[in-house]
Design a protein around this ligand. Sequence first.
Ligand SMILES: Nc1ncnc2c1ncn2[C@@H]1O[C@H](COP(=O)(O)O)[C@@H](OP(=O)(O)O)[C@H]1O
Ligand SMILES: [Mg+2]
Ligand SMILES: [Mg+2]
Ligand SMILES: [Mg+2]
Length: 344
Amino acid sequence: MASSAPLVVRLLASSVSVASRAGKIVRDVMSKGELGMFQGKDDYQTEADRSAQRCIVASLSAQYPKVNIIGEEDGPESESELPSDWIISEADKEVLSLECPVNLHSVKEEDIVVWVDPLDGTSEYTQGALMLKRDPWERWKMYLTHPLISIKWYLSLLQSHYGFLEHVTVLIGISVNDKPVAGVIHQPYYKTMLGGEKILGRTIWGLQEVGVGGFTPAPPPDSLIITTTRSHSNPLVEKALQVMNAGQIVRVGGAGYKVFQLLEGKASIYVFASSGCKKWDTCAPEAVLSAAGGKLTDILGNYYKYGGSESRPNKTGVLAAVNDELHSYAVKRIPQELKDALSK
Ligand SMILES: Nc1ncnc2c1ncn2[C@@H]1O[C@H](COP(=O)(O)O)[C@@H](OP(=O)(O)O)[C@H]1O
Ligand SMILES: [Mg+2]
Ligand SMILES: [Mg+2]
Ligand SMILES: [Mg+2]
């Protein structure tokens, strides 16, 4: 659909629509039960990661051919043709009607780099699958052959594995001149009940100077609650958590989901003192969080740059907070030797 809205607004509106379609692909791969998992360069990837990325990249590049789109999954190009319903040309109407910030009015396609993480939280996606995939008879056998496992314990295990799927997000971050200015976080397994019917998926978008939509942020918790990785910890990550003096540490998967935790008032600071996250993990979360009044940087307090030639790893970690005050508190608590260890 042709629209006279400025490019950044159109691209954000298209990204909102395509992120939902990618989220459906993620659910469909899980329902088929065959994840096609293999060990990529430095982490696992599944059929859902690959297919969701193909859907996003093909849809956006068809409409915005000169935009530089960088996705996480850079494996060999698939030979198979893309199903036609994976090419999305719709654009979210609410976003299309937004007032574009003045400094973004004249942005051209060549000035934009889009960072795509088709499935953030792959570890949680595969672990969520583990319990769902298992044959019900196999589950009963597991229960019957382990008399020490109570039904209550078993049900809570099942619940917690299914709960991991909520950590999965689809991330599309739009950067202009190195800076994330707009972004989309879509959560394919979020459940809402509408008139007795279960609706899956929700999307939050953020645009610089405009704010966020699709979701209403909640105030931060009264006490200091930190959110961090559940599957990629190491001694430096743990050290940085210890020094925060937090009342509670919540370990969840994915950079996108951790920013949801901040915006839902379930945590106030996100700390990850490790070089494991990449630009596609943080571009959309940074854009959305800053549009909501928060801040995402490395653990030294410096912003990352999102130009196309920047190195992919976020070498000096991630430190994000719901406001500037909590962000500076966290930067000050990180000891110099930890900052030095990551900067090496
Ligand atoms: N040590 C590491 N090696 C590889 N990827 C890492 C990593 N630490 C973090 N990441 C990536 O950063 C994202 C957030 O991690 P976490 O859930 O641990 O906070 C995940 O993205 P993906 O799931 O998209 O690969 C994860 O793979
Ligand atoms: Mg990955
Ligand atoms: Mg990721
Ligand atoms: Mg990913």
